[in-house]
Design a protein. Structure first.
Length: 400
């Protein structure tokens, strides 16, 4: 029946969201995870692109983009996030949907047991899925099965499961109207074209005072009283009203989503939505530019301060240095360290500075020695170059 369309759409969106959360940690692009903060590799994967820990300015850009996009979603769709997409709502809806399938055939005690088992299973699945965003799923399962070897991880899994279980059994919807600040936050972000759920004033006189909208509301509010911060915009009251009114002459419900406060108003960009759209586009361009143009090699050099420079009999001074070389590409590479300086014929590198083989997405530490003439005043600036084949991929300035 058409009056159940909102509930059907919401459940479909939530099913897709749950499926995405479960499948994304397992999905790969070019052999890399689609999205994962891999703790073991100290690497964030964004659409298969590895971002090493020394490139975390890109993570900052991605975080800012997510925040701005979330604000834009709030300005445009209002509380639809709360009623359709918020994890607190999604998991409570899932638990209620599963338990409702047993209400007709199960006695109260059995139904209560089913409710607790459902909450426990959902909480365990959520806890397992959270680990999968930081480790490969197969590795997560292996560590949890061998819990005596990984007690900390298993304890965290149990703690997360217990937290989720208590949330689904005791807290439930009370978190939304008693603790979550998002409703107040969203009220401050409302724009001229923000979507909201409203009891239509132009048809108020047709209300039968049946109370169906109140009985079906998970937040236990009366939508007929106008805008309320506690409303999560889930649309249950729309379906309930349409279910009552569909046998009436015009068959039109009295509650609906609308942009703004006037019937027939379509979406339009207000100042807040426009500003956030421009900002999100700028951040997206910056993030894509940073991912595409990022250096494929990392190169850092540090003098070994614990070892004093040594003056050789021939008048040259030697000083040990340590280089950290990172291969950020998806294939193994061979690197060499070269030196560029005024009077380069009098300064040399000693040690394993040629043909340094580094596997894909790994780092290697190299210790070498710089030999130069101590009395040569022209060596005021020296650059160490990281070379891959004939191409210089990174360089750092030093002062020997």
């Amino acid at each position: 029946m058409t009056y159940a369309l909102i509930t059907t759409k919401r459940q479909l969106v939530q099913a897709m969201l749950i499926a995405s959360a479960l499948l994304l940690p397992c999905a790969t692009v070019g052999g890399n995870p689609v999205l994962r903060m891999d703790i073991g590799l100290r690497t964030l994967f964004l659409v298969g692109v590895p971002v090493r820990i020394d490139q975390f300015y890109l993570v900052l850009l991605a975080t800012l983009l997510i925040i701005v996009a979330f604000l834009l979603l709030t300005v445009i769709l209002g509380r639809v996030w709360c009623g359709w997409l918020c994890p607190q709502t999604v998991f409570n809806d899932l638990a209620e949907l599963i338990v409702s399938r047993f209400k007709i055939i199960s006695p109260p005690f059995t139904l209560r047991v089913i409710e607790h088992l459902t909450a426990l299973l959902i909480s365990m699945l959520v806890a397992f899925n959270l680990f999968c965003w930081f480790m490969p799923p197969v590795l997560v399962a292996s560590h949890l099965i061998n819990f005596p070897v990984h007690p900390l991880m298993f304890s965290t899994f149990l703690g997360t499961t217990l937290f989720g279980y208590l949330n689904l059994i005791l807290v439930k919807r009370s978190f939304c109207y008693s603790y979550c600040p998002y409703g107040r936050f969203q009220a401050a972000l409302m724009d001229t074209g923000t979507l909201n759920l409203a009891f239509l004033e132009e048809t108020r006189d047709r209300c039968l005072r049946c109370g169906a909208c109140v009985r079906t509301c998970p937040m236990e509010i009366d939508i007929r009283d106008g805008f309320q911060i506690e409303c999560i915009g889930c649309g249950r009251c729309i379906d309930a009203c349409r279910g009552v009114m569909h046998n009436r002459p015009d068959g039109i419900g009295l509650i609906d989503y609308r942009f703004g406060e006037v019937k027939g108003t379509h979406f339009k960009f207000g100042s807040k939505a426009l500003s956030l759209t421009v900002l999100s586009m700028l951040l997206l361009v910056a993030l894509v530019w940073g991912l595409v143009g990022r250096n494929q090699a990392a190169f850092a050099v540090q003098r070994m301060a614990t070892v004093e420079p040594r003056l050789m009999p021939d008048g040259f001074q030697v000083q040990p240095w340590r280089a950290m070389i990172g291969n950020r590409s998806e294939s193994p590479n061979s690197y060499s360290i070269r030196i560029r300086a005024v009077g380069a014929d009098k300064i040399t590198l000693l040690g394993p500075v040629n043909d340094i083989r580094i596997p894909a997405n790994e780092h290697r530490e190299v210790t070498f020695v710089i030999r130069h003439k101590r009395s040569d005043k022209s060596l005021d600036k020296v650059h160490l170059l990281l070379v891959n084949g004939d191409k210089t991929v990174a360089f750092v300035p030093i002062k020997p």
